[in-house]
Design a protein around this ligand. Structure first.
Ligand code: ADP
Ligand code: MG
Length: 312
C-alpha cells in the first residue's frame, strides 16, 4: 500500500471527466450516470467525517451495497476489529438474515434464540442479543428474514433500529451495521440509525448503476427520515492488480466519485474466506499478513479521513 493515514485523492472535477472520455464499459449511458453522480461530488468536501464530531460521540456506520458478495460482512468484521486495535469500543450489528457476520465470529444463526429479529420486532433490549467475541456483536438469526414483513405494518418501522441502539450508543465509539443485499426495510433501518455509509464495491463487477440507485435511496432517507446520513467512503474490494479490468474499475470509480474512494484497496486473497471458517477476523487469524494490514490501513483512513482532507 502507499501512504497510509487517510490521504485521499482530491475530488475529480466533473468538468474534467464529462467530455465523453470513452469508457467503453459505460458506453452511451455514461452521461446519464455522470448527471446522477454529480451530486456525490458536490457534497464530497462538506460531508461530516466520522472523526469530525464532538469528542465522545458515537459514530454509527452502515456497510451497504444491495449487491451480494461485495465484502460488506468481511469489511464490517475486519474494520471493526481494526478499530478495536486502536482501543476503540466497537459494536457490530448483524442485520442480514443470512447471519454471515454472526457466523464469522463462530456462532450459529440457526441455534440462536434471541436475535436482532426480537429487538426490531418485539422491542427486546438490544443489549440482550449482544455476544462478546473479538468485539461485541448484536447477532442475527434466520428469523430476521421475517422482520421486514413483521415491521412493515408497524408505525415507526424505519426507526426500529435507531431506537434500539439509543440505550447502548454511549457505550461504544463505533457501531458498524452489516446490511443484507437489498435496499429493503432492514437496510433503510440501518440508514436511519447511521450517520455514515461505507459502500464496498467489487472491482470485478463494478455497478455504477447500483451505486446511483443506492444514493437515490439515501436521498429519500435524508429527505424523510435522517437528514444526516450520507456516503462517507467507497471501498474497492477483491482487487486483483494483475488484471487490467480491476485497474480500470478503480479508475472509473475515481473519475466518478473522486475522494469518496478510499486509497486502501482490499486485495483479493483467500485469507478472507479462510478466517470466518475459524470463527475469526483476518486480523486474529493471520495478524501479520497482508490481508490484516489492508483493513488496518482502511481503519486509519476512516479515522483520519477528515484531517487529511482538511489539509489537502
Ligand atoms: P457480502 O457481505 O457483501 O455478501 P462477504 O463479505 O460475505 O460479502 O464476501 C463474499 C465472499 O467473498 C465471502 O466468502 C468472503 O470470504 C469472500 N471475500 C471477501 N473479501 C474478499 C477478498 N478481498 N478477496 C477474496 N475473497 C473475499
Ligand atoms: Mg454479507
Amino acid at each position: 500500500m502507499g501512504a497510509v493515514g487517510g490521504r485521499r485523492a482530491r475530488a475529480v472535477g466533473r468538468d474534467e471527466t464529462s467530455g465523453g472520455g470513452g469508457r467503453n464499459e459505460l458506453g452511451q449511458e455514461e452521461r446519464a450516470f455522470h448527471m446522477a453522480i454529480a451530486h456525490f461530488l458536490t457534497r464530497a468536501d462538506v460531508r461530516p467525517s466520522p472523526n469530525g464530531d464532538a469528542v465522545g460521540e458515537t459514530h454509527v456506520i452502515a456497510l451497504a451495497n444491495q449487491k451480494g458478495g461485495v465484502a460488506k460482512t468481511t469489511t464490517t468484521l475486519n474494520l471493526g476489529v481494526a478499530f478495536a486495535e486502536h482501543g476503540l469500543r466497537v459494536l457490530l450489528v448483524d442485520l442480514d438474515p443470512q447471519g454471515n457476520l454472526t457466523m464469522s465470529q463462530g456462532m450459529n444463526p440457526d441455534t440462536i434464540e434471541r436475535s436482532m429479529f426480537d429487538v426490531l420486532v418485539h422491542r427486546l433490549p438490544l443489549e440482550q442479543v449482544i455476544e462478546r467475541r473479538e468485539v461485541d456483536v448484536a447477532v442475527a438469526s434466520i428469523d430476521l428474514a421475517g422482520a421486514e414483513l413483521s415491521l412493515s405494518s408497524q408505525i415507526g418501522r424505519e426507526r426500529a433500529l435507531d431506537k434500539a441502539l439509543a440505550p447502548v450508543r454511549s457505550r461504544y465509539d463505533y457501531i458498524l451495521i452489516d446490511t443484507p443485499p437489498s435496499l429493503g426495510l432492514l437496510t433503510i433501518n440501518a440508514f436511519v440509525a447511521a450517520s455514515g455509509v461505507i459502500v464496498p464495491v467489487q472491482c470485478e463487477y463494478l455497478s455504477l448503476r447500483g451505486l446511483v440507485q443506492l444514493e437515490n435511496t439515501l436521498a429519500m432517507v435524508r429527505e424523510n427520515l435522517n437528514p444526516n446520513v450520507e456516503i462517507i467512503g467507497i471501498l474497492p474490494t477483491m482487487f486483483d492488480k494483475r488484471t487490467i479490468h480491476a485497474r480500470e474499475a478503480i479508475e472509473i470509480l475515481r473519475e466518478n466519485f473522486g475522494d469518496l474512494v478510499y486509497n486502501t484497496k482490499i486485495r483479493k486473497t483467500v485469507r478472507y474466506a479462510e478466517a470466518p471458517v475459524k470463527g475469526s477476523s483476518v486480523l486474529a487469524y493471520d495478524p501479520n499478513g497482508d490481508a490484516a494490514v489492508l483493513y488496518r490501513d482502511l481503519a486509519k483512513e476512516v479515522l483520519n479521513g477528515a484531517e487529511a482532507r482538511e489539509h489537502a
